[in-house]
Design a protein around this ligand. Sequence first.
Ligand code: IMP
Length: 434
Amino acid sequence: MALTILLGAQWGDEGKGRVTDLLSEDADVTARFSGGDNAGHTVTVGTGAQAQTFKLHLLPSGVIQPRTVNVLGNGMVINPARLRAEMAALAQVGITLSPERLKLSHAAHLITPAHVALDKAEEEARGADRLGTTGRGIGPAYTAKISRGGLRAELFTDPEALADKIAAHVARVNQTLTSQYGAAPLDADAVASEYAEHAQALAPYITETSLYLDGRLKAGAHVIAEGAQGSLLDIDHGTYPFVTSSSPTTGGVLTGLGVGPRYIDRIIGVTKVFQTRVGEGPFPTEAFGAEGDRLRGTGANPWDEYGTTTGRPRRCGWLDLVLLRYTIRINGLTELVLTKLDVLSGLECVRLCTGYRDSAGRLHAELPFGPADLAPFTAEYEDLPGWSEDVGAARRPDDLPAAARAYIDRISALTGVPVSLVSVGPERSQIIRL
Ligand code: IMP
């Protein structure tokens, strides 16, 4: 057994969570390595009338498997209030996470209300140039980390140092909030006492998680590195500046967990069979009007294209293979998982973007300078015949209409990567192994 990496191959919201749910059935450890509560992942606990649905933002999906250990790695930024709220919600249905089952890296960074206030103030000040952040303090917490002024989770084991650092941190942020943004300052004492309480509750979970993971991997455990967000939101490789502040890519797994590459076995990229994006930024295959609405769904179902974290309607469009080939390259993906094939049923024609045309009429199969500036390009499509059949009941490749199989094969042929799973609906059983 070894390290399986599971990543979003688009702009996030690819349906990674359900794939991790599936894989975590035989995982010993599931680990988050980047991001924070900007992520959103819906899991269902129990079946039938007893089924309960949770929105996890920080905890890895292994929390619902009784024997899986869950790691929040050093590459994450953790809002302790949100973490405790998630743990409390799970405790209500009998899932109590002891320090044996949940391990929080001493080197993960903490998000405070001051980071959240800064995120909102910065976003407001950007005006028309806003990034569309989730407002969870992610950018300011990572900024503090990189500028070496961050608060690490290890402070939870040292209450005195924590109180001093929080006081200094809030005072510093208050200065920026009031002088630069004309925003209200925070009450430093209130934040300090709130964090003293978080420290007491979470100190038992603080672990040297790199050492823990190395020990488990050496002993043959199966570890799943669970990606949040998507590769195109990567701070280095994404559609900068419309990105998040972390590395939700293969490189981020290694630094965000403190493990070496020799344990990696599979690198799975999850992509929808169409494209979605939340927030701002160019989107060459975006579909507008009725076409976009058709892909988005009405919002009546929890799996329609509305944000898990913010509730915002997602922008929708056709699958972009220029971008997919790019995310395959930067991550070294060894296989693809396609989600939401059922959404395309009933369309007369399904489109794949195979290249970009620039303003001089030149065709590009690869991006000349990465995906940061997509605005000058128009998408070139290959149109394939659609299928009218509902595919929700398909369980084997042979159950799929020939046109749907041809569409999947074409994605694999144009990217050079095998497709291992295809989802045809929101239920656990609605996954076809190819
Ligand atoms: P931030 O991560 O809150 O700073 O937001 C930066 C950008 O990343 C915004 O466009 C967000 O909408 C996007 N983003 C962050 N997390 C997710 C996610 O889990 N799914 C989809 N988009 C996300």
